[in-house]
Design a binder for this molecule. Structure first.
Ligand code: ATP
Length: 349
């Protein structure tokens, strides 16, 4: 278990800035997901922590001590990459015990630890199986076991499940989360998949263009995004540019969205409002008198939910509702859209 501080980390490649003044504290035993679009700097930050890359400026402290001075091979980090990098000519057990072998651990202890790890990751009895004779999911488990065999102070994973099919991926996400909880090892997991991050992280760190946009629990980043980028990147959302006037209705494109209450009642001027699709309601045309009326463009069933895409004055609005709850709308229908302002969030400007 280790506590990590990234202090003012900067990484440039020539004129290009891959990471710009990154400050982040990670608690001992936390499960952090670095989330962001391709090229935002996730892997670079992970590689700097592992010592595979040097920052242009800034430092990293682990348990209060300067990590930059520690050579890569002495950092005691367990890593799993997308490409796994297992040794194809070695067995499951030999792969898992490899790091212990390098560290000069005696044969019997290596065997005992590898047996323990095969059990822990759900591969009991497969010690002697060549890794070439394993399924994709089983190989993933070997890579995880190999990384954990050395009892790392930090466990780093870089898009480890991106090559797997959706079902297996979800299964392994849950397994990794349970394993991490059990071991309590400080973990940093890189992904560009927001669902993956939402389902496994204690805290999500959202990067965009080498800058941290927000770091928070999955609930915080979903319900209270600090920027428009986060509001749109995490989950499906409706971001409306509205006009606030104290004592009057919130207006969007000349349409009233209702009278704000609470903290929202004292706002004035143009602001961006984040309204999640589950907080919209659709009603048949002419039944509620609301001014927000849309044309249904597309309806899709997402298992327990129905997602309806509408256009209102040329803008796209997304609604979701539980799929067994009427009324249902079809493409081309006109629907009234009711907004619950109590569940809307004003994006900080
Ligand atoms: P992905 O999800 O696609 O892996 P990422 O968020 O992990 O993306 P990084 O691999 O950290 O992104 O790269 C961040 C930026 O730095 C990218 O624009 C990348 O092209 C650039 N970059 C990374 N390594 C180098 C390098 N050695 N030389 C020049 N540019 C680099």
């Amino acid at each position: 278990m280790a506590q990590v501080s990234f202090n003012r980390i900067r990484r440039t490649y020539g004129e290009f800035t891959a990471l710009d003044d990154v400050n982040l504290g990670i608690e001992s035993g936390e499960f952090i997901c670095l989330l962001g679009p391709s090229g935002c700097g996730k892997t670079t930050l992970l590689r700097i922590l592992a010592g595979l890359e040097q920052p242009t400026a800034g430092d990293i402290l682990v348990d209060g001590a300067d990590f930059g001075a520690v050579p890569c091979h002495r950092r005691n980090i367990g890593m799993v990459f997308q490409s796994l990098a297992l040794f194809p000519h070695l067995s499951v057990g030999e792969n898992i015990a490899y790091g212990l072998d390098v560290r000069g651990v005696a044969k019997e202890q290596r065997r005992a630890r590898a047996d323990e790890l095969t059990e822990l990751v759900g591969l009991p009895g497969l010690y002697d199986r060549p890794v070439s004779a394993l399924s994709g999911g089983q190989r993933q488990r070997v890579a995880i076991a190999r990384a954990l065999a050395i009892e790392p102070v930090l466990f780093l994973m870089d898009e480890p499940f991106s090559a797997l099919d959706a079902g297996l991926r979800e299964h392994l996400q849950i397994e990794v989360k349970k394993l991490q909880r059990k071991l309590g090892v400080t973990t940093i997991f890189v992904t560009h998949d927001q669902n993956e991050a939402m389902s496994i992280a204690d805290r999500i760190v959202i990067l965009n263009g080498g800058v941290i946009e927000q770091a928070g629990t999955p609930t915080e980043v979903y319900a209270r995004p600090r920027s428009e980028f986060v509001a749109n990147f995490v989950g499906t959302n409706n971001v409306l540019e509205v006009e606030f006037t104290p004592g009057a209705d919130v207006m969007w494109n000349g349409i009233s969205l209702g009278r704000p209450t609470g903290d929202m009642a004292s706002l004035h001027g143009r602001r961006k409002l984040s309204i999640r699709p589950e907080y919209l309601q659709l009603a048949p045309a002419g039944t509620t008198g609301t001014g927000m009326v849309g044309t249904v463009e597309f309806v899709r069933l997402l298992g327990a939910q129905i997602e309806t895409e509408l256009t209102v004055s040329g803008h796209t609005i997304i609604d979701t509702m539980i799929s067994d709850r009427p009324p249902a709308f079809g493409e081309g229908d006109t629907a009234e859209i009711l907004i619950n302002l109590d569940h809307a969030w004003v994006i900080p400007s």
